[in-house]
Design a protein around this ligand. Structure first.
Ligand code: ZN
Length: 292
């Protein structure tokens, strides 16, 4: 699932393919919950607009258009944003993927039924696609001056947060500390993998009530969150299921995971088998000996 590092890598790579270009036409799939703005409105309002910037807020990509409108993209669980010509096995349809070889993609990506948004540009250069197999992603066009409740709900970006931000949030909460880390209104951008890794690095058990995490531990935990996010950015993000960089390359962060997805494997510190449980509805991995 794309979290802060994957969305930021997508932003960095796709920005040069969007910014400065003018949309000539928009092709979408049929109306569905994927489209917070109807496909018809997107086609009408995006055509002729030029992309001026591409920012990231938490796990959202926010593209600024000339005239002041903004296009919001959320990658959901399996969203992929890339340009025409890219080759990756992760871009094969989940239903056909098993049967196709890399050679089956020799001509590059061919838009399929999971390609919900397709932008053509007036310079005749490569199209940009937003593909999402499981369709938890979202697209919304904000009129000039309009704000989005989705963005307003977000807390401080996890990379910009200071220890005080986390300490203030945990004081009032008895929910498990992991649930607080995943709460986008506290730290925007942190997701499941990075929460588990940061809690391991801080020796804090994910189920510990948040208000029992001390102030020094909050400082340590936030530093660990930022360390794993930065390391994931350096390694190109985590390609555990569908994430692929816009360049078509896989990220490599998954090779460095200490506990996430390693149920039954020895803890890298004490060799006790890593345990899996469910917290806040998410698979959670920790060492029962190192993390208290
Ligand atoms: Zn351990």
């Amino acid at each position: 699932m794309p979290e802060l590092p994957e969305v930021e890598i997508t932003r960095r790579q796709i920005a040069p393919l969007l910014v400065g270009r003018t949309v000539a036409a928009v092709v979408t799939t049929a109306s569905s919950p994927f489209f917070l703005t109807s496909p018809g409105t997107l086609r009408r309002r995006l055509s002729g607009r030029r992309f001026e910037r591409l920012d990231r807020i938490g796990k959202y990509l926010v593209a600024g258009l000339d005239g002041g409108a903004q296009l919001l993209l959320h990658l959901g669980m399996t969203g992929q944003v890339f340009a025409a010509g890219v080759r990756s096995l992760r871009l094969l349809s989940s239903t056909r993927g098993g049967a196709l070889t890399p050679e089956g993609q020799a001509g590059g990506f061919v838009p399929d039924r999971h390609t919900h948004l397709r932008l053509h540009f007036d310079d005749g250069g490569p199209d940009v696609f937003f593909r999402d197999v499981r369709k938890f992603g979202r697209v919304e066009l904000l009129a000039p001056g309009a704000s989005s409740p989705r963005l307003e709900r977000l807390g401080v970006d996890a990379l910009a947060a200071r220890a005080g931000d986390l300490a203030a949030a945990v004081r009032r909460r008895r929910a498990p500390i992991k649930a607080v880390l995943l709460d986008q209104s506290v730290l925007a951008g942190v997701g499941n993998i990075y929460a588990d890794e940061a809690l391991f690095l801080s020796s804090i058990r994910p189920s510990r009530p948040a208000n029992r995490v001390t102030k020094p531990q909050c400082e340590q935990l936030l530093a660990a969150v930022q360390r794993v996010l930065h390391r994931s950015l350096e390694t190109g993000g985590a390609s555990i299921s569908d994430f692929v960089q816009p360049s078509g390359e896989d990220g490599r962060y998954q090779d460095e995971r200490l506990v996430y997805g390693r149920e039954g494997e020895p803890c890298p510190r004490c060799h006790t088998p890593v345990v899996r449980t469910v917290i806040a509805g998410r698979g959670t991995h920790y060492c029962p000996r190192c993390q208290r």
